[in-house]
Design a protein around this ligand. Structure first.
Ligand SMILES: *Cc1c(COP(=O)(O)O)cnc(C)c1O
Length: 391
């Protein structure tokens, strides 16, 4: 399996077949497992093997298939599946940190990630320093000899800044700090984050991994020692585990993720280039455009601009008019879905932030985030051009 390409692993890695030799992965919708004898029960609680389970909060065969499949795709030794992307972010950080530790984090974060770093960790005595994630000198100045971890989103939401995983990892590793990366926008398809230096990679599986808007889920990936020794004891006792049914949906999502995400990214690139050339908007932000400040880094780090672009319509009124005129693209707040989705971050996902913070992060009143789906690319472009023409 080690020599398989990512696309083959997405279909086959981690498969565990029952005595019936089923083709499609079985859903083990069971919370517990029976032991033949009291001695067997005792032995399993002392030490359980890879295919020995105790309780679904600790692990389950369907969940294990999902964990092993995505770990193989990402080049990680192990994974722990979680109830949501936020259970993965908070579990990865809180399982390894304690009072007195120091963390350096990029400041352009998904709202709930910011809440974990700014409110939760500091409440328990962890010191957090925020930096501009694209500024390597700022990382270097903030990382101290006692820094325990660094945290960032490889592509920030919704302004799509791309952070240099290899360069930040090098600075962190020089002081022995653990690199924890939220890699949602890169997707497992365009990620090579562990080879580039990340120690822990986290995904919200709710996004491209399910990709069809059905369920919440998350995954923490890392070394076997980190996942089994640090994350698993914390997660299994605090309760943020994934359900076996969700794990089955996510397994099915992984089978098609390469085809979906590449098609979505191709359409996003086409739309970004067309809207930029039209020149009717204040700004078109897409990491795959040559005008993007981290275009060169995007090419080497991900090889694609991804499935999301952001556009600036100039004002909140214009953004709302554009959103309300769309006929195919739906107004919602998920991303990575088969259905194209438009979001107005300033009044929804990033509403909680103060106006100054939003301005500092580049979340302007006219900004609209577009998650490109699987519809016909020409239909999507026509939908956007029609809405833009009405401004
Ligand atoms: C959506 C998202 C999360 C949270 O994931 P949930 O599955 O909604 O809990 C975390 N980080 C990023 C970058 C996201 O886009």
């Amino acid at each position: 399996m080690k020599t398989w390409k990512k696309r083959t692993k997405a279909v086959h890695a981690g498969t565990r077949r029952s005595q019936y030799n089923e083709v499609s992965e079985a859903i083990y919708l069971t919370q517990g497992f029976v032991y033949d004898t009291a001695e067997d029960a005792e032995a399993r609680f002392i030490q359980s093997g890879d295919d020995e389970f105790i309780y679904a909060r600790y692990g389950n065969p369907t969940i294990a298939m999902f964990e092993d499949r995505i770990a193989a795709m990402e080049g990680a030794e192990a994974g722990f599946a979680t109830a949501s992307g936020m259970a993965a972010v908070s579990g990865a950080l809180t399982s390894m940190l304690r009072a007195g530790d120091h963390v350096v984090s990029a400041k352009a974060l998904f709202g709930s990630c910011l809440y974990i770093l700014e409110e939760v960790l500091t409440r328990f005595g962890v010191e957090v320093t925020f930096v501009d994630g694209t500024d390597l000198a700022a990382w270097e100045a903030a990382i101290r000899p006692d820094t325990k971890a660094v945290f960032f989103e490889s592509v920030s939401n919704p302004t799509l800044e791309v952070i240099d995983i290899a360069a930040v990892s090098k600075l962190a590793h020089a002081v022995g700090a653990t690199v924890v990366l939220d890699n949602v926008f890169a997707t497992p398809v365009f990620s090579d984050a562990i080879a580039q230096g990340a120690d822990v990679v986290v995904y919200s599986a709710t996004k491209h991994i399910d990709g069809q808007g059905r369920a919440l889920g998350g995954i923490i990936l890392g070394t076997r020692e980190f996942i089994r020794g640090t994350v698993e004891p914390y997660m299994k006792h605090t309760g943020g585990s994934m359900s076996p049914f969700t794990a089955w949906m996510m397994l099915k999502g992984l089978e098609t993720i390469e085809l979906r995400v590449r098609a979505q990214a191709d359409t996003a690139a086409m739309i970004a280039a067309a809207l930029e050339a039209d020149g009717q908007l204040v700004q078109v932000i897409y990491p795959g455009l040559e005008t993007h400040p981290q275009y060169a880094l995007t090419q080497t780090q991900m090889g694609s601009g991804g499935t999301v672009l952001s556009i600036d319509a100039g004002s909140q009124a214009a953004a709302f008019k554009l959103l309300n005129a769309l006929e195919i693209i739906t107004i919602s707040n998920n991303l990575g879905d088969a259905k194209s989705i438009a979001t107005h971050p300033a009044t929804t996902t990033h509403q909680r932030l103060s106006e100054e913070t939003r301005a500092a992060l580049g979340i302007t009143p006219g900004l609209v985030r577009l998650s490109i789906g699987l519809e016909d690319p020409d239909d999507l472009l026509a939908d956007l051009r029609g809405a833009i023409a009405g401004l």
